[in-house]
Ligand binder design. Structure first.
Ligand code: 13P
Length: 357
């Protein structure tokens, strides 16, 4: 074995021992959450792994004093918004952001709302819905306007809820998720408009016509999947089933056999009969783990080369160990705090989601 690999293994073993020791000493006080896109060693160290909806439900329900969230920033922030004042939420890598969430800046959202006000009666007619992949401030804006948060697992339910309350919905920041759900709801194309924050208010007539206004944002990782990938795997692997995340482009979702959240994908592949062949359109760490966990099936990534989420990859076992040993020493490293004036309306938007789904 190369020296560099030996050094890496030794570092991992040391971090693992530190994590185990801290978990033992903090038993009953600690909950470690991990998203499915995290590294294998992080997922193995976690008490619970899940999709965004499951993770926020789990964070909201726990009695643990410390919630250590291995994921990206908006996920830990959501947990902090839901946490009781005596609970602490910590993230091992506070620099793990989300490219999609960053595409909706709160100031740009406020400006969009004011521009739309010139075309439609925003207070009476328009309800904002934000994907959970957004900042606390964006969630707070949505909460103040009576709107809700959604995740990939409940976007359809939340949008149905939104349309039962107001005739028009402003959905952000993922245009593809919004359009994919709109198609499932049977919304005609001419009733969907696109709000581009870089070139705002381009086509006023389209907003006056629209029942759904989509923010022009997308996940860089999921945007990598293309219709030609689906056509290629169908040619190369007769009998293949294509399963994709709803952050994929609508042209890809249209060609797929199944679409759903990360947990839906894991469940669907897991429940399929031995010998099934699956091309999976989501982040590669999840797909590689799924292949390992289903040795009786053929599981591979829909794209070649497969896309990784660069920020989900940031969290290393050493980062988790550092946060946990910090707790043993009375330090709260990587603590996420959201000021109550932002947290209160953001919490209202998250609670509406949890109640609607
Ligand atoms: P899920 O809620 O499906 O896990 O998705 C989270 C995410 O950020 C996908 O890119």
């Amino acid at each position: 074995m190369l020296k560099i690999e030996q050094a890496r293994e030794a570092a991992l073993a040391q971090a693992q021992a530190q994590v185990e020791e801290a978990k033992r000493r903090l038993a009953g006080e600690l909950l470690i959450l991990a998203h499915h896109y995290e590294r294998d060693e992080i997922v193995a160290a976690a008490d619970f792994r899940g999709d965004s909806l499951e993770l926020s439900r789990r964070a909201a329900a726990t009695e643990a004093r410390y919630i250590v969230f291995c994921g990206v920033h908006f996920m830990a922030e959501t947990a902090a918004i839901l946490a009781r004042p005596d609970q602490r939420v910590l993230i091992p890598r506070p620099d793990a952001g989300c490219f999609l969430a960053d595409q909706a800046e709160p100031a740009a959202l406020r400006a969009a709302w004011e521009s739309l006000r010139k075309e439609i009666d925003v207070e009476q007619e328009l309800l904002p819905v934000t994907y959970i992949n957004s900042s606390a401030e964006v969630k707070a804006f949505v909460g103040l306007k009576g709107g809700a948060v959604c995740t990939s697992a409940n976007a359809e339910k939340v949008l149905r809820w939104a349309f039962s309350r107001k005739p028009r919905v402003f959905f952000l920041p993922d245009q593809y998720l919004g359009r994919n759900v709109a198609r499932r709801l049977g919304l005609p194309e001419e009733e969907i408009a696109l709000w581009d924050p870089r070139f705002p208010g381009q086509d006023p007539a389209s907003f006056r016509r629209a029942r759904l206004i989509l923010w022009r944002g997308a996940c860089r990782t999921h945007a990598r999947f293309l219709p030609e990938d689906v056509r290629r795997v169908r040619e190369e692997h007769p009998g293949v089933k294509v399963i994709v995340h709803p952050e994929c482009r609508p042209e890809v979702v249209e060609l797929a056999d199944e679409v759903g959240s990360t947990s839906f994908i894991i469940r669907k592949v897991g429940e399929s009969p031995p010998g099934s062949i699956w091309a999976v359109g989501t982040e590669e760490r999840l797909v590689a783990r799924l292949a390992k966990e289903n040795p009786d099936k053929v599981v591979f990534n829909l794209a070649e080369p497969p896309p990784f989420c660069p920020t989900m990859s940031l969290t290393q076992l050493e980062d988790l160990a550092r946060v946990l040993t910090g707790l043993l020493n009375g330090e709260e490293r990587g603590r996420i705090e959201v000021p109550e004036e932002v947290a209160a309306p953001a919490r209202a938007a998250i609670q509406r989601m949890l109640e609607a789904s």
